[in-house]
Write a protein that binds this ligand. Structure first.
Ligand code: FRU
Length: 479
């Protein structure tokens, strides 16, 4: 049996043993074992493909494989056989993150082959190269070997994102320079196997991180956006509160030129669990992004159920009045069951919305001109509170699962407005809150136990007008 078959066999054996208390109804997660970054998001031959960093042998990160799922609508996912296993010399210790493109009717995966040169896990002695694998049917892949070696003096050199623009192939790669600063390197390709260095596209200044992982670069509206996941930025109040960050730098770029007018790095999500996002073009051209909804080194209570890691919902990125907005993709509406509404009303103290929720979407419009409360919001069981603090216009997401070692808040300020809209997706172990039609998003994992899933709205120190409230049970979307 080869390495790929061994991985598949381990996964098949572990799958029936999986626990489901936390297993998502409508977020892609591995059937069993470990998942991290989304990889190779692409539309190919009439359906969407999502790959991901996967360890089928354990709930811990280890030698990375590429897990695989397909979908007609980016919502309903079907698991497919494992696509890549670390079974060649160049990728013997892991098929690390990368991307996918369609080239001459074939699906091409471009990924990082990782090798430990010293002890396993010793980051100071590694070799990372870029590799290619291709497929006719989108299910079975043939490795084509190494397509790009690192520049002299650079060891951390990973996560290739490839795209076609202005008549050429382009590839951005995350790197750590010899001075231990994160950077993004740009290459230009005549073909997927022939690349030459173009330039350093972006470079961390002091305090901006020692390594920039998972870069992505695309045009949207009036800008080009560099999406990346820096490691090593220190927390600053509410900003950069997670161990590692993911965000965007807007600027201007054209083929053969520098990436100019770079704006400051802005986090894409303000919740606890959002890392390594990758974007891709939907069949109709919409720019969609999906991230890993976890954070390195956080407690991950689902490990006791035999699985770990899940994707965020796909979100559509748009640029409006020069600002990036993120909205849940419209296809998610296909999951809605029969909806319920509240008539407009004043919320005083507390009101029960549902006795128990597992998979629900809510849309709430608060009237900020009719509020005497000091704070208001929503609670799910004892563990999750979403609270809007009127005086400083901030929204906090607090989770309190102290037995799991998770008790902390994330907070974001909302722009001055007379009304505020929340669109919330609750799944068995996650919550995603989209504020004011995509102005800000918070994504966090939650771990309610023993049916602690009562959903309530509350107001404190006064009342607040709820203009509209709709909610829908959501159907399961994962096979
Ligand atoms: C980001 C990352 C990537 C790497 C992969 C390994 O989470 O560290 O840089 O390719 O995970 O699993």
């Amino acid at each position: 049996m080869n390495t790929l078959e061994q991985g598949q066999q381990a996964l098949n054996a572990r799958y029936p043993l999986r626990g489901n208390q936390y297993y998502p109804h409508f977020h892609l997660a591995p059937r069993a074992g470990w998942m991290n970054d989304p990889n190779g998001l692409v539309y190919f031959n009439g359906r969407y493909h999502a790959f991901y960093q996967h360890h089928p042998f354990s709930v811990e990160w280890g030698p990375m494989h590429w897990g695989h799922a397909t979908s007609d609508d980016m919502v309903q996912w079907h698991h497919q056989p494992i696509a890549l296993a670390p079974d060649s010399e160049a990728d013997r210790d892991g098929c690390f993150s990368g991307s996918a493109v369609v080239d001459n009717g074939q699906l091409a995966l471009i990924y990082t082959g990782h090798r430990w040169l010293g002890e396993v896990g010793d980051d100071s002695q590694i070799c990372e190269v870029q590799c290619l694998a291709t497929s006719q049917d989108g299910i079975t892949f043939t490795k084509q070997g190494v397509i790009l070696q690192p520049p002299a003096g650079i060891m951390h050199f990973r996560d290739p994102k490839v795209w076609h623009e202005a008549g050429s192939w382009w590839m951005v790669i995350g790197a750590r320079d010899p001075q231990q600063r994160g950077q993004v390197l740009l290459y230009r390709g005549e073909s997927l196997t022939s690349w030459r260095f173009d330039r350093v596209l972006a470079q961390a200044k002091v305090g901006e991180g020692y390594m920039w992982e998972c870069p992505d670069f695309f045009k949207l509206g009036q800008h080009h956006y560099l999406l990346c996941s820096p490691q090593g930025i220190a927390a600053q109040g509410d900003r950069f509160a997670n161990l590692f960050q993911s965000g965007i730098i807007a600027g201007h770029w054209s083929a053969g030129s520098d990436f100019t007018d770079q704006q400051v790095f802005k986090e894409l999500d303000h919740g606890h669990d959002f890392y390594a996002p990758q974007s891709f073009a939907a069949a109709d051209g919409r720019r969609i992004a999906i991230a890993w909804m976890d954070m390195w080194e956080s407690p991950m209570p689902t490990k006791s159920e035999g699985w770990c890691g899940c994707f965020t919902l796909p979100r559509e990125l748009t640029e409006e009045k020069g600002q990036l907005r993120q909205r849940p993709i419209r296809e998610l509406q296909n999951l809605r069951g029969e909806g319920s509404n509240w008539p407009p009303q004043l919320l005083i103290e507390e009101k029960l919305l549902q006795e128990s929720v597992e998979a629900t979407e809510l849309s709430i419009h608060w009237d900020l001109q009719r509020v005497s409360a000091t704070a208001f919001g929503l609670k799910l069981g004892q563990g999750l509170t979403l609270r809007y603090q009127v005086a400083n216009r901030s929204l906090s997401l607090t989770r309190d699962y102290s037995t799991e070692g998770l008790a902390d808040s994330r907070r974001v300020e909302i722009s001055d407005a007379t009304a505020m809209q929340w669109q919330i997706y609750i799944d068995r172990s996650s919550v995603e809150v989209f504020i004011n039609d995509g102005e800000a998003v918070l994504s966090s994992r939650i771990y309610p136990t023993g049916g602690d899933r009562q959903l309530k709205l509350f107001s404190q120190g006064g009342d607040v007008a709820v203009d509209t409230l709709h909610y829908w049970p959501l159907r399961s979307a994962i096979e």
